[in-house]
Design a protein around this ligand. Structure first.
Ligand SMILES: NC(=O)c1ccc[n+]([C@@H]2O[C@H](COP(=O)([O-])OP(=O)(O)OC[C@H]3O[C@@H](n4cnc5c(N)ncnc54)[C@H](OP(=O)(O)O)[C@@H]3O)[C@@H](O)[C@H]2O)c1
Length: 290
């Protein structure tokens, strides 16, 4: 399998790179801007032909949720048109796609963990463009698996965990929102799941035809509780204060509740998903050892 990992310098792409050595049967091509731009269809096709690409894990995305409210066109280009370009390139080689999407396709008005079949209704530009990307995959007839994830963090790249560690080191006290509830995802756990799915580990009979799955770590938390745990595992003395969403206005609205139901991915691929606190602990240990 010749696997192209797009957006490979981002959080998820870097985590895949980090464990690629444990998957010797795969030949990986790790690519990011400016060398490979998923918005450039000709560039993609040339790359596919040169390297005989037959599989893509699409980690490329426009992920700046607030900035997207101003940059709608760029977000649409990357999150929707770029995905369509990948789909079209894969069609020509009869290839497979693992595409990553987001909890932000839901409006957050539920009180029950979202299932794959629940109606979507994104409330911001980022979520809307990611939904358009989902539709490009769903409406194609290529072999594909679409995985929605939430609150992604990693030892690589920029994210909430690294921001909290920095602020916790600099400040004595910090206000963090407690009325948005979801589940963090260690990108390393998701990276392993993507590669195990491609390997057919524990799941040889599952077809990749237009499947949608949800994946996050286990459990439920708020940003406030998440930040408190980050201070705890980071051995930082900073006091975290709960604040309401209305006291921390942002350009983009965010879902108040975006817990994902993961029963389907656990059953189909026979995987155990780590509890969010355990995975957070591991990530912070990894950061400490860097
Ligand atoms: N981060 C989260 O909290 C979160 C939550 C739920 C779902 N997700 C989804 O999970 C996936 C992985 O997210 P992530 O956090 O790993 O993202 P990330 O760290 O922002 O990485 C995305 C990568 O894609 C690159 N990229 C942007 N435009 C591109 C283009 N036109 N062609 C090729 N590469 C391009 C970015 O480069 P530049 O940095 O130079 O722009 C970056 O290296 C995404 O689909 C995201 O929507 C993320």
């Amino acid at each position: 399998m010749n696997i192209l990992v797009t957006g490979s310098n981002g959080q998820l792409g870097s985590e895949i790179k980090d464990i690629a050595i444990y998957y010797p049967n795969f030949k990986f091509f790790f690519m990011d801007l400016p060398e490979l731009d998923i918005c450039k269809s000709i560039q993609l096709e040339v790359f596919f032909n040169d390297k005989n690409i037959n599989t893509v894990i699409n980690c490329a995305a426009y992920t700046a949720v607030d900035q997207a409210e101003e940059d709608a066109e760029i977000a649409e280009q990357v999150n929707a048109k770029g995905v369509l370009n990948l789909v079209n390139a894969l069609k020509k080689v009869d290839g497979k796609l693992i595409h990553i999407s987001t909890d932000y396709v839901f409006d957050g008005t539920s009180f029950l963990p979202y299932q794959e079949s629940d109606p979507v209704s994104p409330i911001g530009i980022y979520g809307k463009t990611k939904r358009a990307g989902e539709l490009a995959v769903i409406n194609s007839d290529i072999d594909s698996i679409l995985i929605r994830t939430s609150w992604l963090y990693s030892a690589f790249g920029n994210n909430f965990v690294k921001t909290m560690l920095k602020l916790g080191y600099e400040r004595d006290e910090l206000g963090v929102i407690f009325d948005q509830v979801g589940t963090p995802t260690n990108a390393g756990d998701l990276a392993k799941t993507c590669l195990d799915i491609l390997l057919g580990k524990n799941s040889a009979n599952i077809s990749m035809k237009g499947k949608i799955y949800h994946y996050s770590n286990e459990g439920v938390t708020s940003w406030y509780d998440f930040a408190t745990a980050i201070m705890e595992f980071g051995s930082l003395d900073c006091k975290v204060r709960p604040i309401e969403t209305k006291d921390y206005p942002t350009p983009a609205k965010r879902p108040h509740y975006s817990v994902l139901n993961k029963s389907k991915i656990k059953t189909d691929f026979n995987i155990e998903i780590p509890y969010w606190r355990d995975s957070l602990d591991k990530c912070i240990e990894k950061l400490k050892s860097k």
